[in-house]
Design a protein around this ligand. Structure first.
Ligand code: ZN
Length: 340
């Protein structure tokens, strides 16, 4: 199994984060582990939207992971747990280094190196191929995002060592509600950033069409401006109509852009009403020959793992489950960012 869409901020078990928090003596509002664990469990009846989800949990996890030692332990544990729960063979871990420098106390270089070292240990211990995708932030300034691009190029993969690839790609993440993709100046600057990364040998993925805030129109803008290799979610394609739908379907198919599907998180953030909706979407993608892969996004916030996400989608596909899930795995292999 290949995990290609998983965030460091939502993939570390609360027990590990609690140990880091206590060992570092961080002052927080959490009085004990039970309160802490409960606060890091995203429940469908509590989460109001994607923005609410992003704002509610990540500030806490990113703050705890904001030191080289914490980042290294966290990265290691993501792979170790994913392997033990779902026997994954490959994992591309994404995170925003700028959000882990603790207000300038640490350098991004130190954080990226620490995550690389954590993943090297995990690759060696569990035989899992790993790589890093650095996430830009819609909620960061363009200047800060340029710093992440420069850091990604500086630390880009020079080939895998014992399965550990280093930095292999760039992502765009953060709240969709500001609909920055509709702003021409912003989008053209981001396109220049992404092109610089691509020229340095990095692959591109981009969170868009995860909610109606960017929607099908946002997906179209991103594809036309950036030509990403993959798209984070793109579930809003299901709501596209008319000429926008025609253009999206043809671009996704012709340019072979893979949609990274994450079923449970879409349900928790109320983007889809039920899993049946995801099942119908997978059938539609297969029919239109649009590449897709299945992922977890934030497994420890939503209490899932990759094996479970496959089972969830499979349960909606009836007799076609085996062939459609195999197709998803084939697309995942074809669209991997890892070098070997
Ligand atoms: Zn995501």
């Amino acid at each position: 199994m290949h995990e290609q869409h998983i965030h460091l901020g939502g993939a570390v078990p609360s027990s590990v984060l609690w140990e880091i928090l206590c060992d570092n003596g961080l002052k927080t509002e959490f009085i004990d582990f039970a309160t802490f664990h409960s606060s890091l469990t995203a429940r469908h009846d509590e989460v109001k939207s994607l923005d609410d989800f992003l704002g509610r949990y990540f500030q806490v996890t990113e703050e705890i992971q904001s030191s080289p030692s914490a980042a290294s332990v966290s990265a290691y544990q993501v792979v170790a747990k994913a392997y033990r729960r779902a026997e994954i063979q490959e994992l591309e871990l994404r995170f925003n280094p700028h959000k882990r420098v603790r207000h300038g106390l640490h350098t991004m270089d130190a954080i990226i190196l620490a995550v690389m070292q954590g993943l090297e240990r995990a690759s060696l211990h569990y035989g899992v191929a790993t790589g890093i995708i650095l996430s830009l932030g819609r909620d960061l300034s363009l200047e800060s995002n340029w710093q992440i691009i420069d850091a990604a190029i500086k630390w880009r993969s020079r080939g895998a060592l014992n399965g550990a690839n280093g930095v292999v790609g760039i992502d765009m993440a953060g709240p969709e509600s500001r609909a920055l993709e509709m702003s021409k100046p912003w989008m053209s600057e981001v396109a220049v950033m992404m092109e610089k990364a691509r020229q340095a040998g990095l692959k591109i993925t981009y969170h868009v069409g995860e909610s109606e805030a960017t929607g099908p129109e946002g997906m179209l803008r991103v594809i036309e401006a950036i030509h990403p290799d993959r798209i984070g979610h793109g579930i809003e394609l299901r709501n596209a109509k008319g000429k926008t739908k025609e253009a999206l379907v043809s671009l996704l198919r012709e340019d072979s852009i893979c949609l990274e599907l994450c079923p449970t998180v879409n349900l928790v953030t109320r983007v889809i009403p039920d899993y049946a909706c995801m099942g119908r979407f997978v059938r539609e993608l297969a029919k239109e020959q649009i590449p897709f892969c299945i992922n977890t996004d934030n497994p420890y916030l939503i209490h899932t793992n990759l094996k479970r996400e496959y089972e969830i989608v499979g349960a909606q596909l009836g007799n076609d489950a085996a062939s459609l899930l195999d197709l998803g795995m084939k697309y995942a292999v074809e669209h991997r960012f890892l070098n070997d």
